[in-house]
Design a binder for this molecule. Structure first.
Ligand SMILES: Nc1ncnc2c1ncn2[C@@H]1O[C@H](COP(=O)(O)OP(=O)(O)OP(=O)(O)O)[C@@H](O)[C@H]1O
Length: 638
């Protein structure tokens, strides 16, 4: 499945997403609305008190009412402050809770997205969406949303109050509306575009940082610090330019509104000064109160302008977050193995002591039937591949670099779906398995080992509490990891750093591979997919693992499919497939293949002579999988 983020979701989806995000906190939001409305209404009281003081107390010399007026003024102002604090607090709690949910939902969704999405999306970009883009929404939700809501309600109540106070003054003030709408619309679009560009630039910078920092050893070893720093500087410059555009457009908004407000206020005062309003019954007090209300009317507008950048940044961030959430995941409903467990036992419980004991010897556990597949449309890398592996059988795939060996394993691991043909593990589609079935059924060692922060045991169990210390040790003994783990400071409780960096203990590449093997073995799976699992383990370690596989894993009924790095692995297998250019070009049992003139025999002869057959790319298209003569560095003469 091709999962790509194309463009942005239509605005209606954005509001639907944001709505569904906060909907669990409807009651709190309702309380926020009520408090906002109450604050906006109470806020009308101070100007009306001023009008009363001018028209009734000062003009008529009735100073005794001033004390009451002052008390009402103070009470109203205090009530507004209290109500604002109340709705601000409630809105912030809704923001924090809903964004915590959003972060978790986004991360879970990222984990469930098709492998193809992660193949094409830099890790830094995904990190940027889960952190910086949600932070942008957080900025709006936590600190601004209640304020913004308050400003909008305040605008409406002030507009109503001004109209009620003096329709003629309100009509004069309404002259400000057309230029106001024009300015707002132009700046809104500009700031939104700039914020969108900013969010994309932040994603690009994060992607570059993640990539460069994970390759820091290469950069330093090759003396390329300056050039890589320059690449980051260029990405940062794009971010800065987008940010500057947003700030620039935003900076214009408040001053332009200030000028518009001043023009209308001056007009009102000018009309008042020429006594042009007396005919309409506009008193000095009404004019004063109106001007005060009008000034207040502009305060929320200016405040809205100040928050414009935050709002547009949050909307641009929300677009990127929801664009990912709208991508379909791989989980197409559990379609577990049809009848992995003979006699109906669940696969997890089927093999308490011997790996794969649940599978009958004769039926294929791994099935690949006439499969074609590619990562990019129109560029197939596998053509009509077929293979089967039965319980207790070991099949090895050999072939040169880029032949398509790992692609076969990744289809079987359910990381990709085939274009055509059928892939099945114990009769089930590996892309649709639920987690429990997958865990019971499949042990997979990919070519690149990923370790996570945590202890050695955590890395073997991947945090599965069902696995016992005895099972962990058992798996490590089979893989050969047990001996080096026992030598670590806290044995199985030794804390590892995720990538061999950081504060934990660092492992060698070979030790990491043995740990990955233990991880694959610990659930005693019915299927083992091993992609060059001992390629950087020394010869003795490789031989020990091959022995353990033969003596302790295969007899339990586990079906093993190995991409062989060394031909010794292929020799040990029950069946060998030679793959070239995405096709099976030869297959058979290794001893008969080696006994006659075959591609496997050619490869064996070359390996014996010290020629590295595997590291030669399978890209020329000219050969048919027969080895070319390339001597491996440091290899001895045969
Ligand atoms: N994630 C991917 N996206 C696009 N193309 C890919 C991807 N992974 C592999 N390919 C391409 O698919 C082809 C087969 O790759 P694959 O990794 O299956 O080969 P391989 O035989 O396992 O090679 P090696 O021995 O080097 O591991 C190669 O041409 C490679 O460029």
């Amino acid at each position: 499945m091709t999962a790509r983020i194309v463009g942005r979701p239509p605005p209606v989806r954005l509001s639907r997403h944001l709505g569904s995000l906060v909907s669990p906190w409807r009651a709190r939001l309702l309380a926020v609305g009520v408090l906002v409305l109450a604050a906006a209404v109470v806020e009308l009281v101070p100007p009306l008190v001023v009008r009363h003081v001018i028209d009734h107390s000062l003009v008529r010399g009735n100073v005794r009412e001033l004390g009451t007026a002052a008390a009402v003024y103070l009470a109203a102002a205090t009530a507004v402050a209290a109500l604002s604090a109340g709705y601000g607090y409630l809105a912030a709690t809704v923001a924090q809770r809903s964004l915590a949910v959003l972060r978790t939902r986004l991360f879970s969704h990222l984990l469930a997205l098709p492998t193809g999405y992660h193949d094409r999306t830099p890790v830094g970009d995904s990190i940027s969406r889960t952190t910086a883009d949600i932070d942008a929404i957080d900025d709006l939700f936590s600190s601004s949303v209640a304020g913004l809501l308050g400003q909008v309600v305040r605008l409406l109540t002030l507009a109503v109050a001004m109209t009620v106070l003096s329709p003629i003054l309100a009509a004069a003030a309404a002259l400000v509306i057309p230029p106001l709408l024009l300015v707002t619309n132009v700046l809104r679009r500009r700031v939104r575009d700039a914020e969108r560009a900013t969010r994309i630039a932040v994603g690009a910078v994060n992607a570059r940082l993640a990539e460069d920092l994970s390759g820091v050893e290469v950069i330093r070893a090759f003396g390329r610090q300056l050039s890589f720093a320059d690449r980051v500087r260029r990405a940062l410059r794009t971010w800065l330019q987008a940010g500057n555009r947003s700030v620039l457009f935003n900076a214009f908004y408040a001053p332009v509104l200030g000028v518009l407000a001043a023009v209308v206020t001056a007009l009102l005062l000018w009309l008042g000064g020429r006594d042009a309003l007396g005919a309409f019954g506009v008193t000095v007090g009404t004019l004063t109160a109106f001007v005060l209300l009008f000034a207040r009317f502009f305060t929320p507008l200016v405040n809205l302008g100040d928050e414009w950048q935050t709002v547009q940044g949050a909307l641009a961030g929300a677009e990127r977050v929801f664009a990912v959430l709208e991508l379909p995941t791989d989980a197409g409903g559990p379609t577990g193995p049809a009848d992995l467990a003979v006699g109906g036992s669940p696969p997890a419980a089927a093999a308490p002591s011997a790996p794969g004991a649940a599978c009958p010897r004769t039926r294929p556990v791994i099935e690949v039937e006439d499969v074609s597949f590619g990562y990019l449309p129109g560029r197939p890398v596998l053509h009509g591949i077929s293979l089967t592996v039965s319980a207790g059988q070991h099949v090895a795939i050999v072939g040169r670099t880029g032949a398509g060996k790992s692609s076969i394993l990744s289809l079987l691991a359910g990381l990709h779906a085939p274009w055509s043909g059928r892939v099945a593990l114990a009769g089930g589609d590996p892309t649709g398995m639920d987690d429990g079935t997958r865990r019971a059924l499949l042990g997979y060692v990919p070519q690149t080992v990923a370790l996570f922060s945590g202890t050695v045991a955590d890395n073997i169990t991947l945090g599965d509490p069902e696995l016992t210390a005895e099972q962990v040790r058992g798996a490590a003994r089979i893989s050969g990891a047990d001996s080096f783990i026992e030598a670590l400071p806290d044995r199985y409780d030794t804390v590892l750093s995720d990538t061999g960096r950081g504060c934990g203990v660092q492992l060698s590449a070979g030790q990491r591979q043995l740990l990955a093997l233990s991880r694959a073995l610990v659930t005693e799976p019915a299927v083992l997919l091993l992609d060059e699992p001992t390629s950087v383990v020394d010869g003795a370690g490789d031989a020990a693992f091959r022995d353990a596989l033969r003596d302790r894993v295969l007899p339990g009924g586990t079906a093993v499919l190995t991409v062989a790095h060394r031909l010794a692995t292929a020799r040990d297998a029950d069946h060998v497939l030679v793959v070239a250019h995405g096709r099976v070009v030869e297959e058979g049992d290794p001893s008969s293949l080696l006994a006659r003139q075959s591609r496997l025999a050619d490869l064996a002869a070359l390996e014996l002579a010290g020629w590295d057959w595997q590291d030669q790319p399978d890209a020329s298209g000219a050969d048919d999988g027969r080895p070319s003569l390339q001597r491996s560095p440091g290899a001895g003469q045969g």
